[in-house]
Design a protein. Sequence first.
Length: 245
Amino acid sequence: MAASTGASTAAQAGKTERPVRIWDLPTRLFHWTLVVCVTGSVVSAKLGGNAMVWHFRFGYAIFALLAFRLAWGLVGGHWSRFASFFVTPARLLAYLRGGGGDGAGADVGVGHNPLGALSVFAMLALLAVQVGSGLFADDEIANSGPLVALVSGATSSSLTSWHKSWGQWLILGLIGLHITAVLVYLWRMRQNLIRPMITGDKILSEPVRASADGWRQRLLALLLIGLGAGLVAAVVQLGSTGFGG
Ligand code: HEM
């Protein structure tokens, strides 16, 4: 993020600014689809009743998206790979001191900065736990997760309780923090992180490696999301109880 600072500074230093592809299309689609699905899952859970069918559907979609993102973190565009924003204590400390990372050079703030990366990993992990607990949840009235028959009543009850309390609140808290951080960057630090998450490009003055974002990557992403959907179907089938209890 540090690399996308004010145009005037770069101009004064005689550096040329140019757009560099940071977020490839699959990562952007992943992000905004995740936003729609998480919002949809929260709203449908609050509505309850018949809307719970949609809660299940959004949950399955989030499951497929997370499986995709896990794979994309290994084979996706450079800045979407986990290796490019892996957080080490040294990197985090250097960032907090206003350094620039431990050997990662000026690149350290181009993708997710170490603080942002921590929140990204926490969001992805908590969402995975939320999906996992939902698969075994049972409200003992009308809705039960597809895998509820595979565990004991006590286990299902603990997972249901996590799903409806801690899991839900921790995710909502992190999302609140995430959106607040993005707005603080926008309004206080005059850095628009939202535009790159829409267009894919950041305007940079330093020479920085671009993320590959051609048709080959996009076809690979399509294949991976298809495999993710297949995985979800196979997991749901394991319990073969269907949704709705
Ligand atoms: C349900 C709500 C949301 C969830 C679950 C969520 C989740 C995430 C995740 C997982 C990432 C990491 C992307 C990746 O590397 O794959 C991310 C990044 C990002 N999100 Fe969100 N997001 C949400 C809402 C929003 C909203 C409403 C905005 C805009 C106002 C936003 C703006 C961004 C931006 C700008 C980044 C990139 C941050 C950076 O440059 O490090 N997000 N979000």
